[in-house]
Design a protein around this ligand. Structure first.
Ligand code: PEP
Length: 258
């Protein structure tokens, strides 16, 4: 198993206005101390709405905090009203983008194929793709979790070129039934799926590379349950929605990961 630094990513979804960001970052950074106290052990950042890209980047300059988008389009440019290309995200100075979040799959009909095309485009622009996968409640009840997750990864990878496959990426396992519901997978349940994902990745990328890929857990992670989840061998961090909106709560999760 390779050495994997913990990674905590907040997903702000459609929350916060520009005026909220400086105070949030100031409070968070004051709480956790400068990057010498945490950067050896973990990385962290936020997927923010596009209206906040510049203010989030400027208020975190030189702090080590990563700023990501929550979505992107896979085409370089074109007639795609309302969309943002990876070139645009790159030009803004972002670190990467969350893609395939279950809310986008559910409300915007995003398919595994679309997610794969986005993965490919982000990687080729030098941006970090954070690929969300996970089963619904019904799929879990029908014991289809592994099949669903395998299909999400395999279908997406069909769209990812050889060059793009060489680039770093992160998988976020997010059981849909645990997102924003207060229900969390137990550490053992999550570990089972993370181990399965790592094994699947080793079929595509080999065991050595698979041991270096970060697999995050997402689904009602908070200050109270983070430590136990993050202690599991294949849980390399978290994708955190609700609990990333308050600086003191997010700071507690960072401290739990240290
Ligand atoms: C998410 O949005 O990816 C998420 C995991 O949300 P929450 O932490 O609120 O369940």
């Amino acid at each position: 198993m390779g050495s994997r630094k913990k990674l905590l990513l907040g997903n702000w979804k459609m929350h916060k206005l520009r005026k909220d960001v400086p105070a949030f970052m100031e409070s968070l950074l004051a709480n956790i101390g400068d990057k010498n106290s945490w950067s050896q052990k973990l990385n962290f950042g936020f997927g923010v709405p596009a209206t906040l890209f510049d203010v989030a980047l400027s208020t975190t300059k030189n702090t080590g905090v990563k700023i990501l988008a929550q979505n992107c389009h896979f085409e370089e440019q074109g007639a795609f009203t309302g969309e943002l290309s990876c070139a645009m995200l790159q030009e803004c100075g972002l670190h990467g983008s969350i893609i395939g979040h279950s809310e986008r799959r559910q409300y915007y009909a995003e398919t595994n194929t679309y997610v794969g095309k986005k993965w490919n485009s982000l990687a080729l622009k030098g941006l970090l793709p954070v690929i969300c996968v996970g089963e619904s409640k019904i799929e879990r009840e029908q014991n289809k979790t592994f099949d669903v997750v395998r299909q999400q990864i395999d279908d997406a990878l069909l769209q990812v070129s050889e060059d793009a496959r060489k680039c770093e990426f992160v998988i976020a396992y997010e059981p849909v039934w645990a997102i924003g519901t207060g229900l969390t997978a137990t550490p053992e349940m999550a570990q089972d799926v993370h181990k399965f994902i790592r094994n699947e990745l080793s079929k595509h990328f080999g065991a050595t590379r698979s041991g270096t890929i970060s697999i995050l857990y997402g689904g009602s992670m908070n200050a109270a349950n983070a430590k136990e989840l993050l202690a599991m061998p294949d849980i390399d961090g978290g994708l955190i929605g609700g609990a990333s909106l308050k600086p003191d709560e997010f700071a507690k999760i960072i401290k739990a990961a240290l």
